[in-house]
Design a protein around this ligand. Structure first.
Ligand code: SDX
Length: 390
């Protein structure tokens, strides 16, 4: 009613913040972790080496990485009481809800590592989270399929331990498929950080109140679960399956998206920052071909995804709005080929993103300059008025 605009109020976006961790150029489709291009990282590194890079700012030496890897392995066991936590949950519980609840519960077991200003406590809670999140995730999966939980095998690598916890059983030894292991390592690396996305901003905002790391990460997991964010990889598979099962042509589906019928979107397309092809999507798409071929799987959903991409990239609706495939568009097809249920896809995103969340939380605690301040608002409600005489 005032006719004034946000700029008249001097309204600036106080939610923006500084960080030295990840750089994105949305127009050029550039993504760098601590200055290194994502293409180089994905081709040459490992999940824990990238986690070290994001958290400490430099690549580790061979001995630093070996010691880090060993520390993570030695913290994979969950407290036996925490394993009983899963008994209280229904088998149909969504694994993302299980993950955020169990991570929040970790703070009740580790009261000795909650102080965000004690470097040793920050260090041990970092290691505990990196080690235990994959175990909690695997137990959520086992719970949903009614199978017994396995104990971690610390003779295995980070990724192989996770694969065995998900797909191994008490009945027979489990042989890790090296193709799956290498593909999953690459996918987790591609998710390790992405600047100030919704879940990372959530972790920073919760952490800015000096809440402990477990509580902050639990909040980030909840933010990630939304279908417009991390939940998109699950929604992409649901979308592809509906197209396959409906018998509807891909062209017809795209027309319905363009007409915004029932508010449907082309899930896995579009991005708040990338107004060009998400560099991670390119790398995932390359993996999709290799993994399915190596696993001897041909999945019609991958063909539908490719056809969708081709039609959309040639269509003015998407070109005008600069909508391209994002990281979530092809990941689900690979996770499905590996044997993960669709509801585990966003959990895999969370395991990948954990090092980035931790790096941002620690950066924010180490440098108050990078704290997200209390976001300002522009009041647009009723002007001051007297209480009615009644
Ligand atoms: C992730 O931030 C990050 O970094 C996130 C992430 C990370 O690593 O953390 O990269 C991970 O969350 C990737 C995004 C996953 N989400 C999806 O795939 C869900 C589908 N995508 C959309 O919901 C959407 O594209 C967003 C939310 C991701 C981004 O929205 P934008 O680009 O800010 O655009 P908008 O919502 O303002 O829409 C602009 C126009 C609208 O049409 P008009 O009103 O102009 O007619 O584009 C349309 C929208 O309807 N549009 C889409 C669309 N996305 C936007 N139309 C069809 N399909 C889509 N996917």
């Amino acid at each position: 009613q005032t006719g004034l605009t946000a700029l008249d109020y001097g309204f600036v976006n106080t939610a923006s913040t500084k960080s030295a961790i990840t750089y994105i150029d949305g127009d050029q489709g550039i993504l760098r972790y601590r200055g290194y291009a994502i293409e180089d990282i994905a081709a040459n590194s490992s999940f824990l080496e990238v986690a070290w890079l994001l958290i400490y700012g430099e690549l580790p030496s061979a001995s630093e990485l070996a010691a880090f890897d060993e520390r993570v392995r030695r913290h994979t066991l969950l407290h036996e009481d925490l394993k009983r936590f899963f008994d209280s949950l229904p088998h149909q519980a969504h694994p993302m809800s299980v993950l955020s609840s169990a991570v929040s519960a970790l703070s009740t077991y580790y009261g000795d590592s909650l102080n965000p200003h004690d470097p040793e406590q920050v260090e041990i809670s970092t290691i505990r989270l990196l080690a235990k999140l994959p175990v909690i995730a695997a137990y959520a999966h086992k719970k949903s399929v009614g199978q017994a939980f396995l104990y971690p095998d610390n003779s295995l690598s980070f990724v192989d331990n996770f694969l065995r916890l998900n797909f191994g059983t008490m009945a027979e030894p489990y042989e890790v498929n090296p193709v799956m292991s290498q593909a999953l390592e690459r996918l987790l690396i591609l998710h390790e950080d992405h600047e100030q996305n919704a879940s990372t901003s959530t972790v920073r905002l919760v952490g800015s109140t000096e809440a402990n790391l477990f509580a902050s990460i639990s909040a980030g997991i909840n933010a990630l679960s939304g279908p417009l964010h991390g939940g998109a990889n699950e929604s992409v598979l649901t979308m592809l399956g509906r197209i396959r099962d409906s018998g509807e042509s891909v062209e017809r589906f795209v027309e319905r998206v363009k007409n915004k019928e029932d508010g449907i979107k082309l899930m896995g397309f579009g991005h708040r920052v990338y107004k060009s092809y998400d560099p991670r999507a390119k790398l995932v798409k390359e993996s999709a071909d290799a993994v399915l071929a190596d696993l001897g799987i041909s999945d019609p959903l991958l063909d539908i995804a490719r056809e969708l991409e081709q039609i959309a990239l040639d269509d003015d609706y998407f070109k005008e709005r600069r909508l391209y495939p994002n990281v979530d568009f092809y990941t689900g097809v690979i996770y499905k080929a590996m044997g993960f249920p669709t509801r585990m896809f966003t959990v895999l995103f969370a395991i990948g993103r954990l090092p980035g969340w931790i790096a941002h939380w620690r950066e924010m605690n180490d440098d108050p300059q990078t704290k997200i301040g209390r976001p300002q608002q522009l009041y647009t409600g009723a002007p001051a008025r007297d209480w009615p005489q009644r």
